[in-house]
Design a protein around this ligand. Sequence first.
Ligand code: GAP
Length: 422
Amino acid sequence: MEQIVSLAKRRGFIYPGSDIYGGLSGTWDYGPLGVTLKRNIMQLWWKMFVEDRDDMHGIDAAILMNQKVWQASGHVDTFTDPLVECSNCHARYRADKVDLAKCPNCGKEHTFGEPRQFNMMFKTNVGPVDDEASVSYLRPETAQGIFTNYKNVLDTFYPDLPFGLGQQGKAFRNEISPRDFIFRAREFEQMEIEYFVDPSKWEEAFEHWRQQVWKWTQALGLPDDQVHELEVEEKDRAHYSKRTIDFEFDFPIGKEELLGLAYRTDFDLMNIQKATGKSMEYTIKGTDTKFVPHVIEPSFGVERAIMAVLSTAYTEDEQNGEKRIYLKLPAHLAPVKYAVSPLVRNKPELVEKAREIYATLKAKYGAVMWDDNANIGKRYRRQDEIGTPYCVVIDFQTLEDGTVTVRDRDTTEQTRKKIEDI
Ligand code: GAP
């Protein structure tokens, strides 16, 4: 884990948030390569689950919402974690994540009192007046932005049932103990689907999305044998769920939740109906049959997907007696697809040809990097560490026959190819 965190910082993927001011716990900033990796993952999701499907629509709701949203959803009352405080050093921990017999901070025994419930929503005020009416929250899940727009979508599109709404965006939780790099952050990104179904058909929709989740983990390049389904017991399920499967992954920190799949019933739509007095019923086209749809919710965390992808990709081997570190990223996720270099940078004719090839590949693939720093060996090592699948080198032979050297990241093999064949 430490090696991944160090590589992520060293190579410009992920930096600690507010680093230059000493940091801000639970926040992370994405560098030039990290933001591209993150976008590649989010775009893959959007394509698979929104663009490529006829039964899905996209949504992008505001992060700040009327406080009534969070009262009706149950978050104001129940979105809590149990908090304990050490009576000796006043360190605070999540009661279910700490050894209650001994404080990990000061080492004293039996200093924790009874846990109290701590609400994880970040509270703020909207507008210049700081009173109860102006209270709002940074959303702790993107899901509510979907539920609050269900009626708008019905009114404007009236999609056939079942249909789903997908949203990607920031979520915020004032986690008691943010930990393990981006695994448990206070600001993170979710990709959520609320899939509206006829209540009598929730099981088949649940099964459909269970299969889709597997397609997703495969598209990320995660090995099947490192992904595990955990059927969550009733006592551990969120307040809104009648069935939940947590998809866990063998992270370097252990087997932990990657994403969740929940059967939210009509919990959210009924709460909105009760709170607003507006009907959330869906009428089957051409009939008098009406009901409030039930919801299947696959909920994906972007940071956990990134962590799973990075830990799967992180590889060490030995090349010519030296240790090599490389990221075996699937090509479709790699932030840089090709690196292009002239063999040496002090031969104008080579540089000119290399620039021409660079421009051609950039027009074709977009994510192409020009790299003429240091010698070829060092360039390869740098590109290996950021997961670039191929390095293209322009040498004197290129000027004669239009072929270049293409070096494969995983095998380190070099082959000569015509420029047109890349
Ligand atoms: N709308 C349902 C919901 O939010 P959740 O299990 O609380 O369900 C869904 O969150 C996913 O969001 C998790 O499986 C995880 O991938 C991600 N997630 C939740 N809390 C997180 C945190 N503090 N840091 C990073 N990712 C988090």
